[in-house]
Every structure is written in structure tokens, then in C-alpha cells.
Write a protein that binds this ligand. Structure first.
Ligand SMILES: Cc1ncc(COP(=O)(O)O)c(C=O)c1O
Length: 435
């Protein structure tokens, strides 16, 4: 289905290098969307749906090799192979040089905790940690806890337009900075941060950079080399995989970090940051989620020969995210239009000029109707969105909102459609009239 933003909005015209986004094919790949076609799911920032290939991979794992790794028998060897393959897939997804820099675990929060405990043991004269007031609390409070071990917290603050600017970071960094902990994208208002510029400043002073890519992951191409970060954390369940998380770190830094580990666990990455057994079936699902994105990229490509199509996985991922970004810009523009029609206040980047600096995650409020009432009314109409502070209470206060009630968040990904936005707009208009 060819979708075009209404109202003369300037979404890029499809061309050979920017083909029409195959929304119907994409939606057909996600069985949950088709089981409940009357339900509009705009709560993707809390966790996305999974494609059939992910379901198949999880099923296959549980049916064929639901055993412990490290044995000499076939099923156990197959588990080892799945984990190794998934590590390489995630390394390709984030553009890591070494698959052994990828660790698997429960979720992003527990990895941030693990890393903060290790980094907290290395503070010395470099005892300052820069955090932002735009991040999810997982990437703020966890670092703040290090104040108990002598860390000094320095705040990089969001500007009125809802983004972080590197000019504001410069005066905060010195030879006392140990780490800059920052998100790639706000899970509340969707702003994308120029993390490569932040890393340049941090590294010039010998500090390290810890990136939270949880919210950016489903929307844009992660590239640890281009971001020039030192550590990066992500949740698989936000990027079309089951519930699990992963961490990437520069190998030489992971090797040195005094992580908490038991004596029986190897003192090298990734083992030293993966204490114990993780959920192998979900790691198999993560591997399949990367394949899904790769296949999407290949379907968008005009490959000259099959060999290139078979070999160039990172190229396919780049193409997938180029297409996703472009399609999602159109979704954001359409959301602006639907929300403006209802006189909603949109927080953060709210017009076409800032479209490249955001993803289609929008926090808004309707005049004189509480956020909880709006989500309740939308729920009655089979539309799933969320209200509250989105685990970013500091950002809510910065935006002039009460952290307790916050705002309504509609968070879309590439399987959402313009038709769903129209449905959402109609529902909002009704609510505005009747409440
Ligand atoms: C930006 C961001 N960071 C961190 C987290 C925490 O992730 P997890 O649930 O994997 O611990 C979330 C969860 O929503 C998030 O959106």
C-alpha cells in the first residue's frame, strides 16, 4: 500500500534509492497484529510485537534444543552454536568489531546496574559522572546510586525544545569526568541526541561514554563505531525480539573492568558480564529479529547479484533502517497533523523542521482532559497508548508537567500505518467533544 502524508507535508518522494515502504508485507510478518486487527497498538515504546521468524526461532529452540550449553551431545552443541550466531548477529546490528564484546542478559536496567557497580569501583580522581534529565530513570538513578561510593553527579540538562545540546555539555566535562551516561533517544518525547558529538568532547578529556540505545534501537541504525561510544546497552524486546537485553562494550575496557563475578566464571568478556544462565530461547529470538531486519533491508534493495545480497548483511541492515527512518518520519508528520486537529499540546520537537531529530514517539496532552482519562477513553475504543511520566519524571517536570500525571504517549514503529493514525485522530476528536 502506498502511503503519503496528507496536508502537503514534505515526506520524501519514493525513488529507486528510497523505495515505497512495503507496509502491508511488513504487517503480514507480525502475527499478533493480524490476530487482533481491530486493535491499534501505539504502545511500542514499552515493548514491540515480534515477527513470525522470531516465534519460529523460539519454538525451534524450545522443541529441539532446550538443554544447557557446554555439553558434548548434539543438542547442547546446537545451543552453543545458537548463542555464537546470535552474538555475531547482534555484533552486526550494532556494528561491533568483535562478537565477544556482546553480552546477553535479562534487560537494559540490570546491565546498567552491573556496569555501574564495576565502574563505581574505578573512580579515583575521576569521580564525576554526567547524567541527563532527559533519560529513562534506569540510566540516571542507577548512576546516582554511586554517590554513596563518592561519585559526583553532574547534570546535562535538556533545553526547552526537548533535546540535549553538546554546547551545554562542553563546560561540564573536565579531567575529573569518569563517564557520560546518556540516551540516544528519549523514550518519552522521541528526541534523538547527537551522541557522536558528545563522545568527541568526552574522549578529548579522557572520559568514557555509556549509551542507552533502548529507545533508538527499533527506529535507527545502531553504530558503535560511528557513535564512538565505549559501552552501549539495549533491550531486545523493543526491537522485535522477546524479553531480553544486551550490552556491547569496547573489549579492552570490558577486559579491565572489575565486574562482580563468581570464581567459576571466566574472567574475560562476555562471560564476566553474563554471570549464570540467560534465556537461550530469547537469544535465539534476538538472532531471528536481526534476520527479520536484514530480510526487510534486502527486500528494499536493488541488489545487482545474489552474491552481494547474501554477503552484505550490514548493508542490508543499513538499508532497512534507512527505509524505516524515512517511513517513520511520515508517520510523525501524520501524527502532528492528527494531534493539531485536536488542539493537543505536543512536547518536544513538534514540527517538520525537527523531523530528522525525532522518532514517532509523541507525548501530548489534550486541553482540560487528564492524561489518564484520555488513555482510558482510547482503551475503550481499542487503542493502546500509555499515560504517566514514562520513567522520565525529571523530563516531565522540565516540560512543566506534574510527574505523577505526566502526559499521554503514543509510540509508533514501522509496522504502524497511516490508516491507524487516522483511526486514532478520529477517536481523539470524539474524546475531545465528549469529555
Ligand atoms: C530508554 C530506555 N532505557 C531503559 C529502559 C529500561 O529497559 P529494560 O526494561 O530493558 O530494563 C527503557 C524501558 O522502557 C527505556 O525506554
Amino acid at each position: 500500500m502506498k502511503t503519503k502524508a496528507r496536508g502537503g507535508l514534505n515526506a520524501a518522494e519514493p525513488s529507486e534509492s528510497n523505495p515505497v515502504f512495503p507496509i502491508e508485507t511488513v504487517r503480514a510478518a507480525f502475527p499478533a497484529l493480524n490476530r487482533a486487527p481491530q486493535f491499534t497498538f501505539f504502545d511500542n515504546a514499552a515493548g514491540a510485537q515480534v515477527p513470525q521468524v522470531v516465534l519460529d526461532a523460539v519454538n525451534h529452540h524450545l522443541l529441539e534444543c532446550n538443554v544447557q550449553r557446554g555439553g558434548r551431545y548434539r543438542k547442547s552443541l546446537e545451543v552453543d552454536e545458537t548463542i555464537a550466531r546470535a552474538r555475531q548477529s547482534v555484533a552486526d546490528l550494532v556494528n561491533a568489531r568483535h562478537a565477544n564484546g556482546i553480552a546477553f542478559g535479562m534487560n537494559a536496567t540490570s546491565f546498567i546496574r552491573l556496569m555501574s557497580l564495576a565502574i563505581g569501583r574505578t573512580l579515583g580522581k575521576r569521580d564525576q559522572i554526567v547524567v541527563t534529565d532527559m533519560d529513562h530513570e534506569a540510566n540516571i538513578a542507577t548512576w546516582m546510586d554511586l554517590e554513596k561510593s563518592g561519585a559526583k553527579i553532574v547534570w546535562w540538562k535538556v533545553r526547552g525544545d526537548g533535546n540535549l545540546y553538546v554546547e551545554d555539555l562542553i563546560p561540564l566535562i573536565s579531567s575529573a569526568t569518569r563517564l557520560v551516561a546518556c540516551t540516544l533517544t528519549s523514550n518519552a518525547i522521541g528526541s534523538i541526541v547527537d551522541v557522536a558529538a558528545a563522545a568527541k568532547i568526552a574522549h578529548a578529556h579522557g572520559a568514557e561514554v555509556f549509551l542507552d540505545s533502548v529507545h533508538y534501537g527499533p527506529h535507527g541504525l545502531i553504530d558503535v563505531q560511528a557513535f564512538d561510544c565505549d559501552y552501549l546497552v539495549c533491550s531486545g524486546y523493543k526491537i522485535f525480539a522477546p524479553h531480553m537485553g544486551f550490552l556491547w562494550g569496547r573489549r579492552e575496557l570490558l577486559e579491565k573492568l572489575p565486574t562482580f563475578r563468581e570464581d567459576f566464571i571466566p574472567d574475560e568478556p562476555p562471560g564476566k558480564i553474563e554471570a549464570g544462565t540467560f534465556i537461550y530461547e530469547n537469544v535465539a529470538g534476538m538472532d531471528a529479529a536481526v534476520s527479520y531486519l536484514e530480510t526487510l533491508g534486502k527486500s528494499m534493495a536493488v541488489y545487482r547479484d545474489t552474491r552481494q545480497a547474501l554477503e552484505d548483511r550490514r548493508g542490508a541492515l543499513e538499508r532497512a533502517f534507512k527505509a524505516i527512518r524515512s517511513y517513520e518520519e511520515m508517520l510523525s508528520l501524520e501524527m502532528f497533523s492528527a494531534l493539531r486537529d485536536c488542539d493537543a499540546t505536543i512536547y518536544g520537537k513538534a514540527n517538520e523542521n525537527g523531523i530528522r531529530e525525532r522518532v514517532p514517539t509523541l507525548c501530548f496532552n489534550l486541553p482540560n482532559i487528564s492524561p489518564s482519562k484520555v488513555t482510558e477513553e482510547l482503551a475503550k475504543r481499542n487503542i493502546g497508548v500509555r499515560d504517566g511520566h514514562m520513567y522520565s519524571p525529571r523530563l516531565m517536570r522540565r516540560l512543566g508537567l506534574l510527574a505523577e500525571s505526566g502526559a499521554v504517549r503514543a509510540s509508533l514503529v514501522h509496522y504502524n500505518s497511516i490508516a491507524e493514525i487516522h483511526e486514532f485522530g478520529r477517536a481523539l476528536a470524539e474524546i475531545r467533544k465528549s469529555c
